[in-house]
Ligand binder design. Structure first.
Ligand code: PEP
Ligand code: MN
Length: 347
């Protein structure tokens, strides 16, 4: 950490900063220029000390700026784990193991919301035939309007478990509330933390206590750094099997529902060792854009995709406008194969 003092800083101001740094385990190294005073904080105290002391220094009226040299997240950072994290999902009984972060892409497909058993079984079978390895489906749904379909809840989880029993596909589903984490863990192979909950710190702490892998969606208006720090909550709690999921952010552009930020792929790959999955369905809100964004995501180095599929998207209870039918999904899977191979991956 480097602290730059304002031009009029006095010797006593320098002492105040130096003493504060010493209290928190740093050795201050003062450099006086003709106009500026720069204090380098040397040492590596616990990350909590840094997080506490930096804003306190910034709040001193004679401090111009505090600059960080090391990252505000630790376990998530690539420095702490230079090689890519690769882990298996599929811990529930009946689930096949699926590796995330390796050569083979993780393709997750299914309805936005679980609607009934028959439809879910059909989607699972059809998408599996085309190359999907994980079944997605919302049982607890975060809906913008309280009058929209809110999901089947526990019944939805039981339907997903039934579809897993028949196909062996591990199941990913959203958990919205800390109080339901244990219940969802009984049925889910991967806990989805939705975009609207990326900064629900009570939920992150609760999910951090579990050992079920997590897919952490990017908040609608969250920076990459906020997203990395949200993941740090999960790893710091002991849950190490976390994947990021870019699902579009809010911009001024109204022609898509969100703006899918594909530059998040190299940004996350540089900053972290954890895998990143792309959601082109929420990311665009438009069925006609799902295929091109999926291809671009794989070409850019994503570790997988999560795609909404329904036999009759026009009848879906949520997000039909961005949902592929099973034939469109099958076509996309076959179009993706050569792209995956071109970047050293497989489907
Ligand atoms: C979803 O996957 O259906 C969903 C609600 O996702 P998000 O949290 O990204 O909006
Ligand atoms: Mn959806």
């Amino acid at each position: 950490m480097i602290i730059i003092l304002k031009h009029n800083a006095t010797d006593s101001d320098i002492d105040t900063v130096s003493n504060k740094l010493k209290e928190h385990g740093y050795t201050p190294n003062v450099t006086r220029g003709i106009e500026d005073v720069i204090i380098a904080a040397i040492g590596t105290p616990a990350i909590q000390e840094k997080e506490l002391v930096a804003p306190q220094l910034q709040a001193m009226e004679f401090v111009e700026r505090v600059l960080f040299v090391s990252k505000p997240y630790k376990m998530v950072s690539r420095e702490s784990h230079p090689t890519d994290s690769v882990f298996d999902i599929g811990t529930c009984p009946d689930a096949q193991k699926v590796t995330v972060g390796g050569k083979k892409l993780a393709i997750m497909a299914g309805p936005c919301s679980v609607e009934n058993l028959e439809n879910t079984q059909f989607i699972a079978r059809e998408t599996q035939k085309s190359g999907a390895t994980v079944l997605r489906g919302g049982a607890y749904k975060p809906r913008t309007s309280p009058y929209d379909f809110q999901g089947l809840g526990l019944e939805g989880l039981q339907i997903l478990a039934q579809a897993r029993k028949e196909t062996g596909m591990p199941v990913i589903t959203e958990v919205m509330t800390p109080g339901l984490v244990e219940q969802v863990c009984e049925y889910a192979d991967v806990l989805q933390i939705g975009a609207r909950n990326m900064q629900n710190y009570d939920l992150l702490r609760e999910v951090g206590k579990m050992r079920t892998p997590v897919l952490l969606k990017r908040g609608l208006s969250s920076t990459i750094e906020e997203w990395l720090k949200a993941a740090e909550y999960l790893l710091a709690g002991g849950n190490l099997n976390v994947m990021f999921c870019e699902r579009g952010i809010r911009t001024f552009e109204p022609s898509t529902r969100f703006t899918l930020d594909l530059s998040a792929i190299p940004a996350i790959k540089r900053a972290s060792h954890l895998p990143i999955i792309i959601d082109p369905s929420q990311g665009t809100g438009r069925r006609d854009m799902v295929a091109s964004m999926s291809k671009a995501a794989i070409a850019a180095g994503a570790d997988g995709l999560i795609i909404e599929v329904h036999p009759h998207p026009e009848d879906a209870l949520s997000d039909g406008q961005q949902t592929l039918d099973t034939n469109q999904f099958a076509q996309l899977m076959s179009d993706l194969k050569p792209i995956a191979e071109a970047v050293g991956r497989s489907i």
